[in-house]
Design a protein around this ligand. Sequence first.
Ligand SMILES: Nc1ncnc2c1ncn2[C@@H]1O[C@H](COP(=O)(O)OP(=O)(O)OP(=O)(O)O)[C@@H](O)[C@H]1O
Ligand SMILES: [Mg+2]
Length: 377
Amino acid sequence: MINNPFVLVGDIPAPYFCDREQEIARLIKGMQGGENICLVSARRMGKSKLVKHCSLLPELSDNYYFFYVDLLHTSSLRDFSFAFGRCVFNALQSKGEKFVRQFLSAVHSLTATMTIDPLSNMPQFGLSLNQDAQAEYTFESIFRYLESADKPCIVCFDEFQQIAKYPEKNVEALLRSHIQHMRNARFIFSGSERHLLEEMFNSSSRPFYNSTSYMELAPIPEEKYVDFVCYWFEQYDKHIDKELVQLIYSIAEGNTYVMQRICHELFDELAAGATADRQALTTIVNGIIESETPRYARILSHVPERQQSLLFAIAKEGKVQKIMSGPFLRKYHLMSSSAVQNAIKHLLELDLVTLENKQYTVADIFLRMYINRICEK
Ligand SMILES: Nc1ncnc2c1ncn2[C@@H]1O[C@H](COP(=O)(O)OP(=O)(O)OP(=O)(O)O)[C@@H](O)[C@H]1O
Ligand SMILES: [Mg+2]
């Protein structure tokens, strides 16, 4: 048994992975049926962990090669092509030198590098993208390589909305033109910036229109999460009442990361044989907000005043639909509706605010609590 059954970082060992039975079945069925799937949810609901969890299940791991490409820190087509190449390269390293050599000879723009790690004095193998490499060509050769693999492939492009932010304008069309011809690979496109992904996949003028099934990851159902938490507390001879877990679920609004973080800390603080109570929960939530305070203060110091006033107003309301309506503007002494329109655009870009079901909210629940506390003072 691991020290804490509520895993916050790294891979989640299967027994500590909560529910998602329907979503797992849906993803596996989709992959087996040759679908491509776009997986969307609010931040930190569990998309990345879900995809990784599925990739390790025998239904997929026995029959497919799986490649997980994180696009979060990419900002150009060149970055993307390199991230993709590196991902395939790393996956092939565990299969042996022959596979790596075949791959590098198929993708000329990538070169293996060897450096000596100064700390351990051991050789380290890496990959570099040639200076003059054409991203289009790199993509083409990687896709061609996957097409010739001896098993079908699943490629997950996580944080796929990044491609809409690249300076190049033809990225979607370029990818679509490859992907539509692939016979040996299925794709999962996942991300949290719903407005960008929805536009990309659901508007008829865009290359990806109608090419992909859309899958929304909702919160884990409350009963499932409550049973999961009670079960693991009991396994370690610690105790928690259902009602307290329900309260955690409602504070977290069902956000997987937020509930797991609270449970992780509550579990840590609780002695064996003891029962968690409301006082302990309050202490934990206060402690989390306190530990995040320097980071939140830094974030807010970079937000101009007008945007801050709007952010604070949204935090106070919890969820708001009509941010440009007269009553809302007057209630929070906001400037004109055009100033609000401008401010909301920036807050969305900074990912401080999200738009869910036509309602604006402060995406990070602890940040929302922090703002409401400083406003009360
Ligand atoms: N099924 C699960 N069981 C237990 N914990 C989970 C599960 N899914 C997610 N988590 C927890 O929630 C956290 C966030 O999950 P994950 O990183 O997969 O979310 P995400 O939707 O990809 O977030 P982002 O939008 O930031 O990319 C994980 O670190 C883990 O603590
Ligand atoms: Mg993720």
